[in-house]
Design a protein around this ligand. Structure first.
Ligand code: AMP
Length: 280
């Protein structure tokens, strides 16, 4: 596996692969890889001749009061996991490699980016769209793999690719969970032992909500109330949002009559966790 820290190195390798007529899969990550990331990499390895994993904590998607400084990192472990799974190239640039001091160009998707997590993280998705656009251009990938764990991100990236005619297929992959249902996340490492146990409340609440929708409940507000009540029964939990939105525009809906995303963001002992389910 090639370890590249510069854009030039990646582009040289990509040029070679393209010359050989090989397809390329890209898995964008912020590192500290776990089985959620691994599921994306495995799928990319199955579906492409060559796989690039980017491992980059993207500073421009963090707000000023967010966890950029403390975000967990373990590049050696990431390299081992990527190499074991058959990754061909891991791209691990410094922020200065991605953002020159006179960097001024940003990509954003209106409307979808200001809903759900966008309300408390106003610059987040423009940072994501910008870095993802750069990675698409650098890697010239045929396909890129994103987890449903970050469902809003998946919807936004798909819309960006459609709206701006990027020549890439976006592949959404299911949420990988711990045995007790907690969605795997690099940020789970912030949880104390007690908070880690209580964090299962998100999945329990969403399971109940999903069962309601699948058994025909059409009133979105009833689903929201039921999920909120379960989460609020846990004293360590503080809800940021619980919402049912339509799975195209991410707009709040009262009546469930098409594909919906039900998403939650909850602080457990001050650690912000997200989770969701989609009913197509
Ligand atoms: P991150 O490193 O957190 O930016 O995540 C990189 C990619 O991995 C994103 O597309 C995430 O949605 C995906 N991902 C993270 N956690 C999971 C999970 N538990 N299951 C599936 N995909 C995940």
């Amino acid at each position: 596996m090639l370890v590249a820290t510069t854009i030039k190195e990646v582009k040289e390798q990509v040029r070679q692969w393209k010359k050989e007529g090989l397809t390329i899969g890209l898995v964008p990550t912020m590192g500290y890889l776990h089985e959620g990331h691994a599921s994306l990499i495995k799928r990319a390895v199955l579906e492409n001749d060559r796989v690039i994993v980017s491992d980059f904590v993207n500073p421009i998607q963090f707000g000023p009061k967010e966890d950029l400084g403390t975000y967990p990192r373990d590049f050696d472990a990431d390299c081992k996991l990527c190499s074991d799974l058959g990754t061909d190239l891991i791209f691990h640039p410094e922020p200065s490699e991605m953002y020159a001091p006179d960097f001024h160009s940003y990509v954003g998707v209106d409307t979808l980016s200001t809903e759900l997590c966008g309300k408390s993280r106003p610059i987040h998705f423009n940072g994501v769209c910008t870095v993802v656009s750069k990675l698409f251009n650098i890697s010239e990938a045929d396909r890129a793999y994103f987890g449903q764990k970050d469902a809003q991100q998946l919807a936004i990236v798909k819309r960006m690719v459609r709206d701006l005619n990027f020549n890439i297929e976006i592949v959404g992959c299911p949420i990988i969970r711990e045995n007790d249902g907690l969605a795997k996340s690099s940020r789970n490492t912030y949880l104390s032992k007690e908070a880690r146990e209580k964090a299962t409340i998100l999945h329990k609440a969403l399971e109940k909500g999903e069962a309601m929708v699948r058994s025909g409940e059409k009133d979105a507000n009833k689903v929201v109330s039921s999920i909120s009540n379960i989460i609020e029964s846990e004293p360590l939990a503080k809800i940021d949002y619980v919402e049912v939105v339509d799975w195209n525009e991410l707009q709040k809906t009262d009546v469930i009559d098409g594909p919906i995303l039900t998403a939650v963001a909850v602080y457990i002992d001050n650690v912000r966790l997200i989770d969701n389910f989609i009913v197509e």
